[in-house]
Design a protein around this ligand. Structure first.
Ligand SMILES: Cc1cc2nc3c(=O)[nH]c(=O)nc-3n(C[C@H](O)[C@H](O)[C@H](O)COP(=O)(O)O)c2cc1C
Ligand SMILES: [Mn+2]
Length: 475
């Protein structure tokens, strides 16, 4: 059975020993960010807990961090499968999406605050990069919008600066689906309705941080991931529908043509990410559950919750596109978290013909054009997730002069700090275009035998391992 809501999921995490109540009082304006940083720096992934900060100074609403991306184990509990099956579950969900169902009411409507009553400052929005962010930010918004031409619903996570009681600043890169919807509304001089969902059941967060073809509704993929339709309720003031069990829903519109200063904000690259004159959201209504839980994603310097959840989803949506939709001979694909799951892409292929390397690279660039500033292609016997194996292939399968291509004039990673100095705003031409290094680390001719003992000898030794009195083999 799918988790009905975030709370049922948190109970499952608690049962598995992955959930920790921080009972000490904490200050949202500096302490949450520092505690989360230490948890990611100092506690190994296998032991890292999901945290609920029960007592936030000055607020009666707790803050939840890490509930999807504290570790791959946590993510797998969200999918109710072992870690090794995360990929299979994602594949199934994309091949067999399940349409959402409409319901007339739900827990997210327990409190309805309209007009003057709607006030963003009742929630404990933390400050994430103290001394550099301009103020508090909402980091885990699942923002619902509709393509005005196709009517297809999108869900995406884009940073939101809390500016006033009913005003948010928004940065969504131009390549994002929300930006495509906004440009269509702006072409007709229209404002655009949006709904910001916080604290939905975890598959909503999974799809919100992942890119898919815009031809598919993202609630349908969430349905596939949870193997049950997502119940949606209509919003109060905008023509959109949101998950009925969400903790908090902020309804509003992006007013036509309005731009205001936003950012800079401490980003997933590990650096402050430039702001600029950007769109805003004018809030029209807030609904929430009784005693709501305030959900936040922990990001900034990788590894973080952000790099964990983006890596997992994007690897799987890219694999589905390359293998499933295009039928290319791709075996596996990895976006290392050290690169923010963005700067570096490693693809393994079962190469039968020499031009297949370029074919795969160009298809990957077409799907996720800014990602993979460095794209490394290896043969299928190299484990893309084992960096030592990838470095070995780069060391001895590559002739730099022949096997490294620079592709110029491609879309830049919007927040890449090597594009331009920090005072250059988002949208400036020097932030838009970049280049890529394509490293073909596949073997291009017959190679000598691998210098390893024969397989039979290794198997014999494994079978009588105790005889040698050595420590157990672990990997
Ligand atoms: C914690 C977190 C914060 C993010 N913030 C932003 C952001 O501020 N702007 C942006 O364009 N993308 C941001 N992303 C990436 C998008 O969520 C991601 O690219 C997703 O695919 C966007 O949805 P879309 O493909 O439907 O446009 C963020 C991702 C995570 C995990
Ligand atoms: Mn999308």
């Amino acid at each position: 059975m799918a988790y009905a809501d975030l709370r049922e999921y948190l109970a499952a995490l608690e049962k598995r020993g992955k959930f920790h109540h921080v009972k000490a009082e904490v200050d949202k304006d500096w302490e949450i960010a520092a505690v989360c940083r230490r948890v990611f720096q100092k506690i190994p992934s296998a032991k890292r807990p999901v945290m609920l900060f029960d007592r936030v100074k000055g607020f009666s609403i707790p803050i939840l961090v890490g509930s999807l991306g504290a570790s791959p184990e946590v993510y797998s509990i969200a999918l109710q499968c072992p870690v090794e099956e995360i990929g299979k579950r994602w594949e199934e969900a994309q091949l067999h999406p399940i349409k959402p169902v409409r319901v007339s009411n739900g827990p997210c409507k327990e409190k309805i605050l309209k007009g003057e009553e709607a006030d963003l400052t009742i929630f404990p929005h933390p400050i994430w990069t103290v001394e550099h962010d301009p103020g508090p930010y909402i980091t885990a918004p699942c923002i619902v919008s509709k393509d005005p031409d196709t009517g297809i619903t999108n869900v995406g996570t884009y940073r939101l600066q809390v500016k006033e009681k009913r005003k948010l600043g928004l940065w969504a890169a131009e390549a994002q689906h929300l930006s495509a919807h906004r440009r269509k509304h702006e072409a007709k001089k229209q404002s655009m309705p949006v709904a910001v969902v916080l604290g939905a059941e975890p598959t909503i967060e999974m799809v919100s941080v992942t890119k898919f073809s815009p031809t598919i509704g993202e609630f349908d993929i969430a349905g596939g991931l949870r193997r049950e339709a997502v119940p949606l309720v209509p919003c109060e003031t905008v023509p959109l529908e949101v998950p009925a069990s969400a903790e908090i829903v902020i309804e509003g519109e992006i007013p036509y043509g309005v731009r205001e200063p936003e950012g800079p904000f401490g980003e997933y690259t590990g650096y402050m990410g430039a702001g600029g004159d950007l769109p805003i959201i004018q809030v029209t209504c807030i609904t929430h559950r009784n005693r709501p839980i305030y959900r936040a994603f922990f990001s900034q310097m990788p590894p973080s919750e952000s790099s964990c959840i983006r890596r997992t989803g994007w690897e799987q949506s890219m694999l589905k596109h390359l293998k499933g939709d295009l039928g290319l001979p791709v075996c596996d694909l990895h976006l290392p978290e050290s690169s923010g799951a963005a700067g570096w892409m490693i693809v393994s292929i079962k190469k039968a013909l020499p031009w297949q390397v370029k074919e795969v690279v160009h298809a990957a660039m077409g799907f996720a054009s800014p990602f993979g500033k460095f794209i490394v292609v290896v043969d299928d016997d190299v484990d893309v997730r084992d960096h030592a194996q990838v470095e070995w292939a780069m060391s001895f399968h590559v002739q730099p002069e022949k096997d490294i291509d620079i592709v110029r004039g491609v879309k830049a990673i919007g927040l890449d700090p090597s594009q331009a100095p920090p005072d250059v705003p988002q949208g400036h031409p020097s932030r838009l275009t970049s280049s890529k290094a394509i490293i073909d680390a596949t073997r291009k001719h017959a190679f000598p035998p691998l210098a390893l003992p024969p397989d039979g000898h290794l198997r014999t030794v494994d079978a009588q391992w105790e005889k040698y009195g050595l420590p157990p083999q672990e990997v």
